[in-house]
Design a protein around this ligand. Structure first.
Ligand SMILES: [Mn+2]
Length: 297
């Protein structure tokens, strides 16, 4: 696995430099973010730093995401902040640089590289390596990789990192019959779907984090059918409801799903129409003055 910025050595030096100070983990609220946070904690645990972890938060990509969390970090007297899968410099450049100037920050991410004041304490990989896989590799020689293999595999499916041929090969070592086409019907595909559905249904990443740590697959799978039904319904309705703009090969789709499935539906629709641009828009529960827009091309 190659890094575009940073190295495993730099990460290990960083972990060793934490000492007795208070640590926080900030990560994305999707499966890739939650799983990478779990692996970072496993690394802290084997380094005897588990007790130093005083704060953990799963965040959505939102303008100014680091503004709110800044106060919390100050209040909890945090000095080291591990960030994963948050595309920080693109989502909130100023907030991220402020965090970096006031805390001992290390960020691990796989979104396209944006503007950065410097490249210290940053790991960036290509988009085709999900953050969980990077954290898994960082943990090689540190924590029990076999115990957590199922989770890195699920994160690979959910972030579609299997589109990277090297990552697909990694999966095929355990599941030789897996291909890009049948992956969602495979055992790990089903686990990934169960986790993603429960994230959508419960809207409680902390709870999902806890269930994953205890490997409660059955409990995680409880909401899969409900979410899938709702997703299928809106994918079917797309044909009649979406407005098509042929001169731009663009679909505009406004709809009102029961759950927050806009992003998932957008991804699935775009897989069938790879040359088209698909803009899906839906209402946000409890925030009537806003809509959620999801764009795919
Ligand atoms: Mn990711």
């Amino acid at each position: 696995m190659e890094y575009l910025i940073g190295s495993k050595n730099e990460f290990l030096e960083y972990i060793d430099s934490i000492g007795k100070s208070n640590i926080a983990i900030l990560s994305h609220s999707d499966l890739d973010g939650i799983a990478s946070a779990i692996f970072l904690e496993e690394i802290l645990k084997t380094k005897g730093l588990e007790g130093n972890l005083k704060f953990r938060e799963f965040l959505d990509y939102k303008k100014g995401i680091f503004g709110e969390v800044y106060q919390e970090l100050k209040k909890k007297e945090i000095s080291s902040v591990l960030i994963s899968d948050l595309n920080p410099e693109n989502v909130d450049f100023e907030g991220f640089e402020r965090l970096r100037s006031e805390f001992n920050v290390f960020s691990i991410d796989h979104h396209p590289i944006g503007e950065l004041k410097d490249k210290k304490r940053i790991i960036k990989t290509e988009i085709g390596y999900c953050s969980t896989l990077t954290c898994y590799e960082l943990g090689r020689g540190i924590f029990d990789l076999d115990k957590w293999k199922w989770l890195v595999q699920a994160a690979i499916v959910s972030d579609m990192s299997y589109k990277n041929p090297k990552v697909l090969k990694f999966l095929q070592k355990d599941y030789p019959k897996i291909t890009e086409k049948n992956i969602h019907d495979s055992e790990i595909g089903k686990i990934a779907s169960a986790i993603s559905s429960s994230l959508i249904y419960l809207e409680n990443p902390e709870k999902i984090y806890d269930l994953i740590r205890r490997k409660k697959i059955k409990e995680l799978g409880r909401y899969d059918e409900k979410i899938r039904k709702e997703v299928d319904k809106w994918i079917k309705k797309f044909e009649e409801k979406a407005k098509f703009y042929p001169e731009r090969n663009l679909y505009f789709y406004y709809y009102k799903p029961k759950f927050s499935i806009t992003s998932l539906v957008g991804t699935l629709l775009s897989q069938k129409r790879k040359d088209a641009t698909i803009i899906s828009v839906s209402d946000i529960k409890d925030e009537p003055e806003f809509v959620k827009v999801s764009a795919r091309n």
